[in-house]
Design a protein around this ligand. Structure first.
Ligand code: HEC
Ligand code: HEC
Length: 91
């Protein structure tokens, strides 16, 4: 395939878009799940190879309106562990 000028423009635009996405991600860096007594259950379950989707259901028990609420600007609430990585993996 011959590379014409239009292809280069397309490539440049794609690069800019990707770059913007990447920077945007970095700015919204989410805290990792602390490794403390409140969260050891999660670490244990994950290390046992538990199902992430099931484990995440437990987050809401504490991180709900009643105890440790999420800030108003918090992103959509499902799938906590995709954004909040475990601070350390213990075996
Ligand atoms: C037993 C109650 C409990 C459960 C269950 C729980 N948390 Fe927490 N979490 C807390 C408390 C209390 C704090 C604040 C004090 C601390 O750091 O332990 C906290 C703090 C955090 C923080 C740190 C916030 C910051 O500003 O640094 C993150 C991230 C977090 N939890 C994510 C999760 C996720 C994700 C889950 C589910 C996989 C979860 N938590 C389950 C009680 C809980
Ligand atoms: C789309 C990514 C994403 C998902 C999914 C997500 N979070 Fe967050 N979370 C963030 C970001 C980014 C912040 C930092 C927000 C800020 O600095 O304003 C944050 C902050 C927090 C904090 C600190 C307090 C606050 O609200 O600023 C806690 C606790 C927390 N998240 C828990 C959870 C729990 C529990 C879940 C699942 C029910 C969850 N998060 C799902 C991205 C996410």
């Amino acid at each position: 395939m011959k590379i014409v000028r239009r292809d280069w423009i397309f490539f440049a635009v794609a690069l800019v878009v990707l770059g913007a996405l990447f920077i945007g991600k970095g700015r919204l860096k989410s805290a990792s799940v602390p490794y403390d007594e409140k969260h050891t259950r999660i670490y244990e379950d994950m290390n046992k190879g538990g199902d992430r989707a099931v484990i995440e259901k437990n987050c809401q028990v504490c991180h709900g309106p009643r105890s440790v609420p999420l800030s108003k600007g918090h992103p959509p609430k499902e799938q906590c562990l995709i954004c909040h990585k475990l601070a350390q993996i213990i075996k």
